[in-house]
Design a protein around this ligand. Structure first.
Ligand code: MF3
Ligand code: CO
Length: 262
């Protein structure tokens, strides 16, 4: 069942989304060669707790982190570890917070120092595809319209769309109906209605679309070990343009001041 959020739930969700966005902004300050992904995870956890939130991924179905850590070929659900980031890596940090009973969910993929041009372009196009999906997400449109917008953008650029993983509805629970795939046909799937709240999260591979899930049941990598990118926003459907509840503003501010201080 697709739930329509009440004005009170929407107001609380705005706060949860602001907190998860600020958490990614905090993580952005620390992403650099030499730091472990476990350290980034601790920074995120402490920031969320200090701000009255709950790290929603931690312990979810046994997941061991506050952040899903997606280094290079890791598509989703990577574990924080002692891995030390190196110049040229990319790292996606996917984070969900719970605040006053509602969830905020967002993901950003960072370049660690200088990265090669091909991977840089993958990051740009994946982020662009997220906004293409958001652009068509209005009351009266369908899930397939979002899916098709994301897919078209990425495949035109020569990349491939992961099939097994999707965006989702969100609210009191982290994962609610509907599923929001990143591939599909226009005019298909559930109709979008005002006050639906969904997460759009393209997971896009430089090489083939195939993935492998490790024996731990979580960590998901590209089969060809080429890089994969992931960006996510939580949005509220309205009769017109959607309201983007999460923001990359804090991340972008952090990245800007890092490059000034270099
Ligand atoms: N943003 C991810 C998702 O929507 C976060 C889930 S990770 C989990 O699926 F560990 F909590 F499952
Ligand atoms: Co999500």
């Amino acid at each position: 069942m697709i739930y329509l959020q009440t004005p009170e739930e929407i107001e609380l969700s705005r706060a949860a989304c602001d907190l998860v966005s600020r958490t990614l902004g905090e993580v952005a300050k620390w992403v650099a060669p030499g730091i472990t992904t476990l350290r980034l995870d601790t920074i995120a956890r402490e920031f969320i707790l200090d701000n009255g939130g709950k790290p929603a991924c931690l312990g979810y179905g046994g997941f061991p982190g506050t952040l899903c850590i997606e280094v290079n070929e890791m598509v989703v659900h990577g574990f924080p570890s002692n891995y030390v980031l190196r110049e040229g890596d990319i790292i996606g940090t996917d984070c969900v917070v719970e605040l006053n009973g509602m969830h905020g969910d967002s993901c950003y993929t960072f370049a660690v120092g200088e990265i090669d041009e091909k991977t840089k372009r993958l990051l740009e196009v994946t982020k662009e595809s997220l906004y293409k999906g958001i652009e068509v997400a209005r009351g009266g449109k369908r899930i397939g319209d979002i899916a098709n917008a994301v897919q078209t953008c990425c495949e035109h650029a020569g990349y491939s769309v992961v099939r097994e993983m999707c965006g989702h509805g969100i609210g009191h629970k982290m994962h609610e109906d509907p599923e929001v795939p990143n591939y599909g046909r226009r005019g298909t799937g559930p109709v979008l209605k005002p006050n639906m709240m969904i997460c759009i999260e393209p997971m896009i591979n430089l090489g083939s679309k195939n993935i492998v899930i490790e024996r731990d049941g979580w960590q998901c990598r590209t089969r060809d070990r080429k890089p994969s990118a992931h960006f996510e926003h939580q949005i509220l459907i309205t009769p017109e343009e959607p309201e983007i509840l999460t923001t990359f503003r804090y991340v972008e501010e952090a990245l800007k001041s890092k490059s000034v201080n270099q």
